[in-house]
Design a protein around this ligand. Structure first.
Ligand code: ZN
Ligand code: ZN
Length: 411
């Protein structure tokens, strides 16, 4: 029998290096994880360079590579993908930014880059959308709230560039920066001028907004400033369904990953209680994936929490979260007819507190897969597996071949 569908379970940043706190084991080696190990036993294992050996991936470039979209071609910055993540339909050539609401004191210094972790900013964003006018530059814009203090801005117009700096000083107690053209081309200079004007008008609107007046009365930090960064130009993404001839969905709390899914035309699935953190509703995500597989050919699920532990350098917490993931994925063990791929998007070693280029473990399980001798899902065991060492760009192609949907090369 040949499987008909594909599930990608991407365990964000789960891969690691030996940790002194774990007696030299990685969190994956230290965790009790009977389900992940069962997939390793029943499938074929290997290690994977998501982009290429020695390249330290971001989550965004890694996920583009896993979906078969070469980040060197498709990635110009995080902004346009964040825009897609908050529901802005980006067209090729539009310039996108990720934004933050922040607090500025009367003397002009940034006192809180997250505006007291404000979470309901829809009214503020609506006021900016309504009130800011960039017509004199021939530019249209869309500004939308994201989760928490976050937002995204998209610019549409002729002669815009994306090589511009940010106004985010990246620290508190200093004024916001003036946005500048990095390459000093005509396009970049125009965009920098447009952005500075956007910030100026938005600041005026936010200063008088009743929601901010109310926050000040209650002793909360007003969201009176927009910081913007991550400028990028939206590229031409060939739709996933055209490229591979299959339908697909994405399930992710992280707007960046959901935005990548939206950019390539995957259906975004909302699940209650998913947070992108340790307290996420993992059972809900796994149930949603099973639901989606009834109607879609491909489902990508991203589970984020382990990456957070890696960035915080907490090996014990990462190990405990791996055990939580393991319990949550038990229902996938009985899935029939599906090629299940489990991997990380990159390593986030607790000793580095950031992503590293170390290859990640990967397992593929399902009908027709040639199994190997590996019985544990971890960085060291999988390195001995039958898949050997593969590039991330091959992963979907291998899975497509297993469901008999790859195109023949040659006669
Ligand atoms: Zn990641
Ligand atoms: Zn990360």
């Amino acid at each position: 029998m040949t499987a008909r569908k594909i599930l990608f379970l991407v365990l964000d940043g789960i891969s690691d290096r030996p940790c002194p706190e774990l007696a030299g084991k990685t969190p994956l080696q230290a965790a009790k994880k009977p389900n992940l190990d069962a997939f390793a036993r029943e499938g074929i294992c290997g290690i994977m360079d998501t982009i290429a050996p020695g390249i330290r991936p971001g989550s965004d470039t890694a996920h583009l590579a896993l979906l078969g979209y070469d980040p060197h071609t498709y990635y110009t910055g995080r902004g346009p993908l964040e825009c897609e993540g908050v529901g802005i339909a980006m067209e090729p050539g539009m310039i996108g930014f990720r934004c933050n609401y922040a607090t500025c004191a009367k003397d002009g210094q940034v006192t809180d880059r997250r505006a007291g972790r404000i979470f309901d900013t829809a009214a503020l964003s609506a006021a900016i959308q309504e009130g800011v006018d960039l017509k004199k530059f021939g530019v249209e814009f869309t500004f939308r709230s994201g989760a928490g203090h976050r937002a995204a801005l998209a610019l549409k117009g002729k002669g815009l560039g994306h090589c511009i700096s940010s106004n985010d000083p990246k620290k508190e107690g200093v004024p916001p920066l003036t946005i500048q053209a990095v390459k000093r081309t005509k396009q970049d200079k125009k965009t920098a001028t447009v952005c500075n004007e956007f910030v100026r008008q938005a600041t005026a609107i936010l200063a008088g907004h009743p929601l901010n007046k109310e926050r000040e009365r209650r002793g909360l930090s007003p969201a009176n400033m927009v910081l913007m960064r991550g400028a990028g130009e939206m590229g031409h993404f060939e739709p996933f369904s055209t490229r591979y001839g299959i339908s697909g969905s994405v399930i992710s709390a992280a707007s960046l990953i959901a935005g990548i899914g939206a950019a390539v035309g995957l259906k975004r699935v909302h699940v209650d209680g998913i947070t992108g953190s340790q307290d996420s509703n993992l059972a809900g995500k796994i149930a949603a994936a099973q639901d989606e597989l009834r109607s879609q050919d491909f489902v990508l699920v991203n589970i984020k929490g382990a990456d957070e532990s890696g960035h915080d350098g907490l090996a014990g917490q990462k190990t405990a979260f791996i055990e939580k993931i393991d319990a949550a994925i038990a229902p996938l063990r009985t899935l029939q007819d599906i090629i299940i791929v489990i991997c990380a998007d990159h390593s986030t070693p607790c000793s580095v507190k950031d992503h590293s280029a170390d290859p990640v473990p990967v397992v593929i399980r399902g009908d027709g897969v040639r199994t190997d001798e590996i019985v544990r899902f971890d960085e060291v065991s999988c390195a001995e597996g039958g898949l050997n060492r593969i590039p991330g760009s091959s992963l979907l192609l291998i899975a497509l071949d297993l469901i008999n949907r790859s195109r023949k090369y040659g006669a």
